[in-house]
Ligand binder design. Structure first.
Ligand SMILES: NC(=O)c1ccc[n+]([C@@H]2O[C@H](COP(=O)([O-])OP(=O)(O)OC[C@H]3O[C@@H](n4cnc5c(N)ncnc54)[C@H](OP(=O)(O)O)[C@@H]3O)[C@@H](O)[C@H]2O)c1
Length: 240
């Protein structure tokens, strides 16, 4: 089902960064867009940046009951993008704790799968689901064991989900580093230094903006013959 004025798109995590850019792009194509995220104030401020007609709800993806009520309220729709995520920082193994790992995997994988389970009864058979992985799935880095593991798990989950949920299509986008609020826990000077260092090392010559990544989500929604794949959008991170 193409992305056009008849498409109904839900973006879970759609109030910031990549998800907000997906909502912007889908709305620009004329689709009926619903955004959702945990904090009501995030929903409110995102709606102010989005075209009239976009609808928003506060939903904690960690709550099965909340997700079920949300999808009941949304009703039938065509495309789900799941971009919910929390602040990102590298974590060396010396600082590893099982609780931290559970939290890291929770929102990015466990609750994503729960959201899919609860969304599927409402999804058009011609529709799609797009999850969020990361280029770390394919390239190691100091301190990135957890980020790499969860990104890889999402890629693997997508391959099975595409079979299990067919004809609904299931794909993932794997971004490289994106200039988004996800990095807001770093102090500004360190963050800009990280962006500048990466930009200098990347074939693309710059770090991604959320809009660069959003193009891939909407393309995967639109591409009716693609399922079970991961679209890497990384400015050349994997070949640098
Ligand atoms: N940015 C990067 O460099 C990068 C690179 C690779 C992969 N990724 C992945 O891409 C995804 C999106 O990243 P981003 O850069 O767009 O991050 P972001 O700007 O921080 O946005 C994260 C979104 O997730 C929502 N969220 C957080 N906890 C939630 C919960 N419990 N329930 C529902 N929504 C929740 C936030 O809403 P609230 O404000 O309401 O909490 C926000 O809308 C993440 O999984 C991230 O790991 C990002």
């Amino acid at each position: 089902m193409n992305i056009n004025a008849t498409s109904r798109v839900v973006v879970l995590g759609g109030t910031s960064g990549i998800g907000l850019a997906v909502a912007q792009r889908a709305a620009a194509a004329g689709s009926a867009v619903t955004i959702a995220s945990r904090r009501a104030e995030s929903v409110h401020s995102a709606l102010e940046q989005l075209p009239a007609g976009v609808v928003g709800r506060a939903v904690d993806a960690a709550s099965s009951d909340g997700l079920a009520a949300f999808f009941d309220e949304v009703g039938e729709f065509d495309h789900l993008a799941y971009t919910a995520g929390e602040n990102l920082t590298g974590l060396p193994l010396t600082q590893y704790t099982v609780d931290q790992a559970r939290e890291f995997f929770g929102l990015r994988l466990f609750h994503a799968l729960d959201a899919i389970r609860l969304a599927v009864p409402h999804l058009s058979p011609n529709g799609s689901i797009t999850l969020t992985s990361g280029s770390a799935a394919f390239k190691g880095g100091l301190g990135w064991t957890l980020g790499a593991a969860v990104s890889g798990a999402v890629v693997s989950a997508v391959r099975s989900l595409a079979v299990e949920l067919a004809p609904i299509r299931v794909n993932a986008v794997a971004p490289g580093v994106v200039r988004s609020p996800l990095w807001s826990r770093m102090n500004e000077a360190d963050r800009e230094e990280m962006y500048a260092g990466l930009a200098a090392s990347l074939p693309a010559g710059r770090v991604a903006e959320p809009g660069d990544i959003a193009k891939a989500y909407v393309a995967l929604m639109d591409q009716e013959y693609v399922t079970g794949v991961v679209s890497v959008v990384d400015g050349g991170t994997l070949v640098a």
